[in-house]
Design a protein around this ligand. Structure first.
Ligand SMILES: C[S@@+](CC[C@H](N)C(=O)[O-])C[C@H]1O[C@@H](n2cnc3c(N)ncnc32)[C@H](O)[C@@H]1O
Length: 290
């Protein structure tokens, strides 16, 4: 939803002095589009490899854009510190495009359940994170595992899945994507439109990377960086994340600190979903600081 994000963040009163933060740089789709609108962009990504990819993408179409985009390795939960250190403490717009990029599904780190023999790692920043997905499955208590999976599964599904995980790990540690899949494939998850493995893999990835906690920590910090009239655009792919964003915006509007730019979330166009099927569950919400 690059066009939608740019349309909402860049408005008539924007000018070339304006600054923007792309808190989830990825392959730089949003950063490139924002930099094209004269603004200066700070791109942040937790995964160093994404910075390399973004650097190439930004250099390619237009070498002069290199000067208007600053790319920094870091976690958006530290967005206030990172912005301050890089001269982006007052910005007109911030975008969060949550989750992982298509690169990650082919990275051999166990994000994809189509990569059977790969280790179940799932860390976005191995330098600062020591706990892998397999570590969580092998070491958490039953109640901790159930809470973790309830992020994406029903209570019943979570309980059934955890029972099977415990039985598996009593025999041998869970190490690979195939190990985890063999547990999930025992019919513990209700069949739906997506593969039954989708939601357990999502819940595990979210736990490994503390995604909910990072988002909750980042929201007030990001709002604090906005100038008056500045906007926060957040794209989420999971109902739990969308709820956090929706509730946060509602609370700030109730307190008189800002307004919702769109009453309902903006969804991707039919064309975008056709081109990129993984965008089908995306929801974009926009908040403006008063
Ligand atoms: C959906 S992708 C962004 C795609 C990007 N908008 C583009 O145009 O390519 C999300 C990116 O955010 C990064 N990411 C996820 N959680 C993060 C966090 N807490 N802090 C910084 N980056 C994060 C991931 O490594 C990934 O590259």
């Amino acid at each position: 939803m690059v066009h939608e994000v740019v349309d909402f963040l860049v408005n008539k009163s924007s000018n070339s002095e304006d600054k923007y933060i792309d808190a989830t740089l990825g392959a730089a789709g949003h950063s490139l589009a924002l930099a094209n609108y004269e603004g200066k962009v700070l791109g942040i990504d937790q995964d160093k490899r994404m910075l390399e990819i973004a650097r190439k993408n930004i250099a390619c179409p237009s070498p002069q854009l290199r000067g208007s985009a600053k790319l920094v390795h870091g976690n958006f939960r530290d967005i206030d510190r990172i912005a301050g250190e890089n001269g982006f403490a007052r910005v007109r717009g911030i975008v969060f495009d949550l989750g992982i990029s298509s690169f990650h599904y082919q990275s051999g780190q166990g994000f994809s359940f189509q990569e059977g023999n790969n280790p179940l790692d799932m860390r976005l920043d191995p330098e600062s994170q020591s706990v892998r997905g397999s570590d969580l499955l092998n070491s958490l208590r039953t109640d901790q595992l159930e809470t973790m999976f309830e992020e994406a599964l029903t209570k019943g599904e979570s309980k059934r899945l955890v029972k099977k995980i415990i039985r598996f790990r009593e025999r041998t540690p869970i190490k690979t994507v195939n190990d985890f899949l063999s547990v999930i494939r025992q019919g513990v998850i209700k069949k739906g439109k997506t593969d039954p493995a989708t939601r357990p893999f999502l819940a595990l990835r979210m736990a490994v990377n503390s995604e909910v906690d990072s988002l909750q920590t980042a929201l007030p910090k990001a709002e604090g960086l906005l100038i008056s009239g500045g906007r926060l655009a957040i794209i989420s792919f999971h109902s739990g994340e969308d709820r956090i964003v929706k509730e946060y915006f509602k609370e700030r509007v109730r307190g008189g600190y800002g307004r919702l730019v769109t009453a309902k979330p903006v969804l991707p166009s039919i064309e975008e979903v056709k081109e990129n099927p993984s965008s089908r569950s995306a929801k974009l919400r926009i908040y403006e600081k008063i």
